[in-house]
Design a protein around this ligand. Structure first.
Ligand code: PAP
Length: 355
């Protein structure tokens, strides 16, 4: 005979199945009512417009779970980025800065040597909430305070992230490099899954219309930009190009914002340079752990490392693409005060943003 515990397990199991089924039905209904576009990844896949941004069906399910069930703590730290704007780098830097006193400084102890930045700072909607709407966050975030990542636009973050005192570190990148980085990334994924290549022209058209995961780019960047201006103690707004230009200065800024400034002693001991070095493109790319295996979404770890440069767009974009892109940037960023650098050289006309 079954005991009460076993009966209640069956009851709970069937309740969970029932809840799961009605949630799937709700999602299917939502997918039928919102605009849909072809995905960059496959002619058969789609992206859906939800709360003003585009998302795959699978991603949308976990975005909604994250929005509904996540409860932020005041001590949490969120790494937020638009895809291909330096997420991997920012995860490594934030992890190393925030937890630097929790592991020994010698090379063997550093978790970055054995785990990818994406394993150490997990994406909420692309990883943690993907398979489970009620993940065990205490066990998932091994180090404390909790640190996790998201690509979700500011306006669509779970309410408790916006309302609590938790901190958000946001990084963006000039849209031309971001676009080329995304196109290269998608091209590798399409090749791997034997999809026909996506031409640069087709990709540019989709970029222009903003129809890609978490796009449009400009609305994403401006959402965090405005929020960071209104609340600079809560949101730190960083730019990939600035980190490339002066990583030590930006790291000190990051540490200060996180409430763990580098001490004079640490600076003398070269801790800032050590962190900058282990998180550098050259170091991370060469680590065995980043060269093999798959990321949570089934993406090979190695393709998160391309060239890691500022200005690579100039090797790909045609003059007419550059012209269209410049007009788009001007239109989107006018009066925002936000500017981007498009090359690593310091010339007068590189700051386009038309503040
Ligand atoms: P994600 O948003 O999909 O997680 P993300 O890490 O932002 O990806 O994008 C990868 C880009 O960051 C690549 O740029 P590229 O295509 O122009 O080369 C990658 O090379 C770059 N990148 C990865 N790690 C670093 C690093 N440590 N320093 C600088 N750039 C890096």
């Amino acid at each position: 005979m079954m005991d009460i515990a076993e009966i209640s397990k069956i009851k709970l199991g069937s309740q969970t199945q029932h809840a799961e089924k009605s949630w799937d039905d709700e999602l299917q209904q939502l997918l039928q009512t919102v605009p849909k576009e072809e995905s960059w990844l496959s002619a058969n896949g789609g992206v859906y417009l939800y709360q003003g941004f585009w998302c795959s069906a699978r991603g949308l399910k976990s975005v909604i779970s994250f929005q509904r069930h996540f409860q932020a703590f005041d001590s949490d730290v969120v790494v937020a980025t638009f895809p291909k704007c330096g997420t991997t780098w920012l995860k490594a830097l934030t992890f190393s800065t925030l937890y630097r006193t929790q592991f020994a400084r010698d090379e063997i102890e550093n978790p970055l040597l054995n785990f990818t930045p994406h394993q150490l700072v997990r994406f909420m909607e692309l990883d943690v909430y993907l398979e489970n709407p009620f993940p065990d966050l205490e066990n998932i975030c091994v180090y404390k305070p909790r640190l996790f990542a998201t690509h979700i636009p500011f306006a669509s973050l779970p309410t408790s992230i916006k309302d609590s005192k938790c901190k958000i570190v946001y990084m963006c990148r000039n849209p031309m490099d971001m676009f080329i980085s995304l196109w290269n990334f998608i091209s590798k994924l399409r090749y791997q899954s034997q999809e026909p290549p996506l031409s640069l022209d087709e990709a540019f058209d989709k970029f222009y219309r903003g129809t890609y995961a978490f796009g449009p780019f400009f609305e994403h960047v401006l959402g965090y930009w405005k929020a960071s201006q209104e609340n600079p103690n809560k949101i730190l707004f960083l730019k990939y190009e600035d980190l490339k230009e002066d990583i030590s200065c930006q790291l000190k800024h990051l540490a200060m914002f996180l409430g763990v400034p580098f001490t004079e002693e640490e600076e003398k001991q070269g801790v800032v340079e050590e962190i900058a070095n282990i998180c550098s493109f050259e170091e991370l790319k060469e680590l065995g752990v980043n060269n093999k295996g798959l990321h949570a979404f089934g993406v090979p770890n190695e393709i998160f490392f391309g060239k890691g440069k500022v200005g690579d767009w100039s090797n790909y974009l045609t003059p007419s693409m550059v012209e269209r892109m410049e007009k788009l940037i001007q239109e989107k960023l006018v009066n925002s005060g936000l500017t981007f650098k498009f090359s690593s050289e310091t010339s007068q006309d590189e700051n386009v943003g038309f503040a």
